[in-house]
Structure formats: structure tokens, C-alpha cells
Design a protein around this ligand. Structure first.
Ligand SMILES: [Zn+2]
Length: 238
């Protein structure tokens, strides 16, 4: 077997999660050995996933669900009100107010809402992470398809996108699911489906789902079919 991303024989020492541990936790599905080489795994982890995890939809998800990173650190995000820390209890966050003045306003109850802007600040990194997850899942069960011409463009866009290329994906966010408290963190799932002849990777995390085509040349659905703000169609450009 050779690596689906770089075709090298490479080394395959590391046992890697298909969904980054920071999102899926320790129980997230493990990739099949031999699908992604160590060098590519390392590349994705350091250059792509680390950026994607700072961006919506992953950043808010991580803070609200409180899944620690691989190194065991608790996620946090910078907001206009200060730093929001995960507590490890799903749906419970802790705000470190940016000023004493704000702290007083919060303590006195004059400020009682925190809004986290759901902006995909790293569309390219999020897109490439989603492609990598989908292709690894495909490679785990259908290695021949994952290395075939059919998904070559997706492999290239994930591993080495060329200037001016673009790809699209859909985010369906239902934050109420993870802020309604008392929700136990549930496992992530990845499905590869075929829709109108196109392979699509569907990732479900608590409160967030994403869909990304694994084949080039498909058009995103009409925005009116997928109304905002529940659905967002994101175009990632290189
Ligand atoms: Zn490789």
C-alpha cells in the first residue's frame, strides 16, 4: 500500500485519528494503517488542522464541549469580551473578562450575554481538514476508490492546493444542541455517501455537521435550498 496523499511507500508508525483528537476525543475513529504516511499525517496536523481548529465551526465546538487537545490542554477562544475557556463540562464556559470594568458589569448583571461570532476565519484550512477526514474514511473502507482518479482532485486540494483553485463545503450548525447544558459529549461520526453520483463526506459532531464533495466539478446547492443561519455554504479559495 502507498499513501493516498503523496503515493510514497513512506513510514506508517503513528496511529492517527481520522477526526483530530481535539475534536473527536480519544474515542474518535482510528485511520487504517497504510492509508496516510507519517510525513503527511504530520503535515496535516501541523500546517492544516492546527489552523482549522482555531476557526468556526471547530473553535466554538471545542470550547463549548470542552474536549481537551491531544496534549491535554483545554481549548479557549479570544472574543471581544475576553478569553473564553472551556471548563470540561459540556455547555459550560468560563469568561476571563478583558477588563476590570467589564468584570464589574458582569458581576452586577448589567452584561449577561456573550456572543461568539460564527465566522469561518480559516476557510481553506477547514476545507482541507474536512477533505482529509473524508478521504481517510474512504481509504479505510475503500482504499481503491481513495487512490482512484475519481477523487484525485480532492487529494490534491487537501495536500497541495494550487493557487486560484477552490472547493466548497456546507456547515450545518445547531449551537443550541451544545449550549443547552447537561449534554453529554457524544462521539463524532463520518459517513461517505453518494448523492447524484458524487461522493460526499458527511461529518457529524455534537451540534455541527459538515458536508463536502470528494469530487471536483460539482456545484454547491442553491442558497435558498439551505437557509442561513442554520446552513452556510463556504467557498474555500487557495
Ligand atoms: Zn504521504
Amino acid at each position: 500500500m502507498s499513501c493516498i496523499f503523496c503515493s510514497s511507500e513512506g513510514t506508517y508508525q503513528s496511529v492517527a485519528h481520522i477526526v483530530p483528537e481535539s475534536l473527536g476525543g480519544k474515542t474518535s475513529p482510528i485511520g487504517k494503517p497504510g492509508v496516510t504516511c507519517d510525513a503527511c499525517n504530520q503535515y496535516f496536523g501541523q500546517k492544516v488542522e492546527s489552523k482549522a481548529l482555531q476557526s468556526f465551526p471547530f473553535s466554538g465546538f471545542r470550547v463549548l464541549t470542552g474536549v481537551p487537545s491531544k496534549k491535554g490542554t483545554m481549548p479557549k477562544i479570544q472574543t471581544t469580551a475576553g478569553v473564553v475557556h472551556a471548563t470540561g463540562n459540556s455547555g459550560v464556559v468560563q469568561l476571563e473578562p478583558r477588563s476590570d470594568e467589564l468584570r464589574r458589569l458582569i458581576n452586577s448583571g448589567k452584561v449577561n450575554q456573550l456572543r461568539i461570532i460564527a465566522e469561518v476565519t480559516e476557510p481553506l484550512a477547514v476545507c482541507r481538514t474536512l477533505l482529509k477526514i473524508g478521504l481517510e474514511q474512504l481509504g479505510k473502507h475503500f482504499y481503491e476508490v481513495a487512490t482512484s482518479e475519481r477523487v484525485r482532485a480532492a487529494r490534491d486540494f487537501a495536500r497541495r492546493p494550487a493557487r486560484s483553485e477552490h472547493w466548497w463545503f456546507i456547515i450545518q450548525a445547531n449551537p443550541v444542541k451544545y449550549v443547552s447544558g447537561a449534554h453529554q459529549y457524544t462521539n463524532s461520526s463520518i459517513e461517505i455517501i453518494e448523492r447524484e453520483g458524487v461522493l460526499i463526506s458527511v461529518l457529524h459532531l455534537l451540534g455541527v455537521s459538515t458536508m463536502i464533495p470528494l469530487e471536483q466539478g460539482t456545484l454547491p446547492p442553491e442558497p435558498r435550498e439551505l437557509p442561513e443561519p442554520e446552513y452556510r455554504i463556504i467557498i474555500a479559495k487557495c
